[in-house]
Ligand binder design. Structure first.
Ligand code: BF8
Ligand code: SF4
Length: 621
């Protein structure tokens, strides 16, 4: 195994974990190696009980499963199931936000309000909900009902598709991949991959495109837009990042997972005077709520709440010995946390009925008594403070300031209300192109190195970088989300950033907020009168690991943007499938996937692509 991380705080905690005999994801990966070759190539199938079947990639006569499935069919089915799981995760998160808005509109919940009325009205207009002469609650209720229908089979096309350029919508219609209903596409993906249904790898992959699009232009977009209505649309804000945000003399609560519905209310509860008084009684100077992973991104985007780290730091946060409670909901929450927590005083508190651990305290969170429950959770953390084992406490001093909160609305405001300054900069070549660098950490590759190397190479070459998810947290920790980081940018980008007082790397939110990037890309394409696939734009996921990332990559390619993956997806056993994903897709979608494990080479590939797109648009390369 190569170097584990480029993050000094992570390295310090890895050393501490090893001294204390605590295994982490890196150690468990080592124990898994060598990983199963069939699995890595995507050519094992257990979709029915005639199997499991696996295809020998070295046999001369191409192998088949018992049912006759070829390597391409098996790999395509496995890929579609990954996309469906990823789309389901994002969209079920979206559903919870829609349900919360509905309940808030009915006055049935504690602690939630309609914060962004302008967005509520904009969305009401978009969905044809009458707003005139009605209260915001009435509008929100009807809007939420409209959204609920988008998940099912009442409608024939997702409403948000209309945000895409006309040319892009025509591509989707022609290919028959315009999503109808969010849940419908996910269910159909499971149906098609059942034994003996869709036996054509191209047809299976096309539905993968439709399922992915139902995430990006559906479930994720609802998660983003409705969260903005409930919690406010992000505006530029500053805060601190990395494990150094944990406080030696305060009650540390880490909120980890994805949905802002829980974490927003925990932040509120932690300000409760009575709980603060109990904390002081227990000898703590205060209550310090920090984020982890995407729920942390939601909080930092809207409130500048400190973020303790990205995906591979969840265990390491516990290893500091200074976390009283880690409160988790759904997604990217490692089962290992329960084991690591046992070595310290930390309480893991699960809150979603969908996501429990054996032997871990569960406090079921539901929006109707949200504030009460949140206070109960915060109290549990506060009361745990005296149990801290001082001899095990070691908080790394790494801490870095960030600037975040770049919603599309905030970017527009920074530009002075119109896209023109950005378009002019792109046309004049001060900004060569725009790269969205997103996604996870993966112990198969050095933590944060892919994100940082690629980002630095691109800004140095005058590409504006937009980010979400764990990639954005990596850059926050490295100081790249500060206006001062423009010093690392090429002269053109640097001048633009200095004039606007913005960083060269814009943090646009959590992974569902990649929908913000779709909206921005559509706005730019519409302003130029072209398709998204004509733009000098790329997507990249240098360290991805999650099925959600597979869904994202699929809808980004489906939306017309080249997507460069830094860890190899499990499809290589399906040779024709690989051709389709990396070349064939280009002919029909105007974009495809590329895989490049070396971030410097990925940067070169991206810059070449951007230069070609600029030339095609008649701009200086
Ligand atoms: O949704 S980037 S490791 S935390 S999957 Fe998970 Fe990946 Fe992080 Fe956020 Ni996104
Ligand atoms: Fe084997 Fe076909 Fe069954 Fe898959 S669906 S396990 S390839 S028989």
């Amino acid at each position: 195994m190569g170097e584990k991380s480029v993050d000094r705080a992570s390295l310090k905690m890895l050393k501490k974990a090893s001294d204390e005999g605590i295994g982490t994801a890196w150690d468990r990966l080592e124990k898994q190696e060598p990983q199963c070759g069939f699995g890595l190539l995507g050519i094992c199938c257990r979709n029915c009980n005639m199997g499991p079947c696996r295809i020998d990639p070295f046999e001369e006569e191409p192998g088949k499963g018992v049912c006759g499935a070829t390597a391409d069919i098996i790999a395509a089915r496995n890929l579609l199931r990954m996309i469906a799981a990823g789309a389901a995760a994002h969209s079920d998160h979206g559903r919870d936000v829609v349900t919360t808005l509905y309940a808030a509109a009915q006055g049935e919940v504690q602690g939630y309000q309609i914060k962004d009325e302008a967005k509520l009205h904009a969305l009401a207009a978009e969905f044809g909900v009458v707003a005139e002469g009605r209260s915001k609650e009435e509008i929100a209720r009807d809007l939420a009902r409209e959204a609920m229908e988008e998940f099912g089979m009442v409608k024939e096309r997702l409403q948000f598709l209309n945000r895409a350029p006309e040319k892009r919508r025509a591509v989707w219609e022609k290919l028959g991949i315009a999503p109808r209903g969010i849940d419908r596409e996910i269910v159909e993906a499971l149906h098609r991959t059942h034994m003996g249904v869709d036996n054509d790898y191209t047809n299976i992959t096309l539905h993968g495109g439709r399922t992915g699009l139902s995430d990006g232009w559906g479930g994720s977009m609802f998660a983003t837009e409705f969260s903005d209505i409930l919690f406010g649309t992000p505006r530029p804000v500053r805060g601190k990042s990395n494990l150094g945000v944990l406080k030696e003399d305060q009650v540390n609560i880490v909120v980890h997972g994805h949905e802002p519905i829980l974490s927003e209310i925990i932040v509120l509860a932690a300000r409760d005077e009575e709980l603060l008084a109990v904390a002081r009684e227990k000898g703590a100077r205060g209550i310090n709520v920090c984020g982890m992973c995407c729920t942390g991104n939601e909080l930092l985007m809207r409130h500048g709440v400190p973020i303790a780290g990205n995906f591979l730091q969840q265990e390491l946060a516990l290893v500091t010995g200074a976390v009283e409670a880690m409160v988790v909901d759904v997604q990217c929450v490692m089962p290992a946390l329960a084991q690591v927590a046992k070595c310290y005083h930390t309480k893991i508190i699960s809150t979603s009925p969908k996501a429990k651990f054996p032997g871990v305290e569960h406090v079921s969170f539901e929006e109707h008594s949200a504030l009460e429950i949140a206070k109960r959770i915060v109290r549990m953390a506060v009361e745990n403070y005296p149990s801290r084992k001082q001899e095990l406490v070691q908080i790394p001093d790494e801490e870095m300031e960030y600037m975040s909160g770049f919603s599309v609305e905030a970017i527009l405001q920074a530009l002075g209300g119109t896209l023109n300054p950005l378009l002019d900069a792109v046309k004049a070549g001060r900004i060569k192109g725009i790269a969205a660098i997103v996604g996870c950490n993966n112990p198969k590759t050095t933590q944060d190195r892919g994100h940082l190397t690629l980002t630095r190479e691109l800004i140095k070459n005058d590409c504006l970088v937009v980010q979400t998810g764990c990639a954005a947290i990596a850059c926050a920790k490295a100081g790249l989300l500060l206006p001062e980081a423009a010093a690392e940018a090429g002269p053109g980008l640097r001048a633009v950033c200095e004039a606007l007082q913005v960083p060269p790397v814009l943090h646009m939110g959590s992974c569902v907020d990649i929908s913000r990037i779709l909206v921005a890309a559509s706005a730019v394409a519409n302003a130029l009168g072209v398709d998204i696939s004509d733009l000098p734009a790329v997507g990249a996921a240098p360290e991805w690991m999650s099925e959600k990332a597979v869904s994202i990559g699929t809808y980004v390619v489906g939306s017309g943007v080249l997507t460069v993956l830094g860890t190899v997806p499990p499809v290589l056993g399906g040779k024709n499938l690989v051709e389709l994903l990396t070349k064939g897709a280009r002919d029909v979608l105007g974009a495809a996937f590329a895989v490049e494990e070396d971030p410097s080479k990925a940067a070169a590939l991206i810059l070449e692509h951007i230069a070609a797109k600029r030339q095609a648009l008649g701009l200086e390369p």
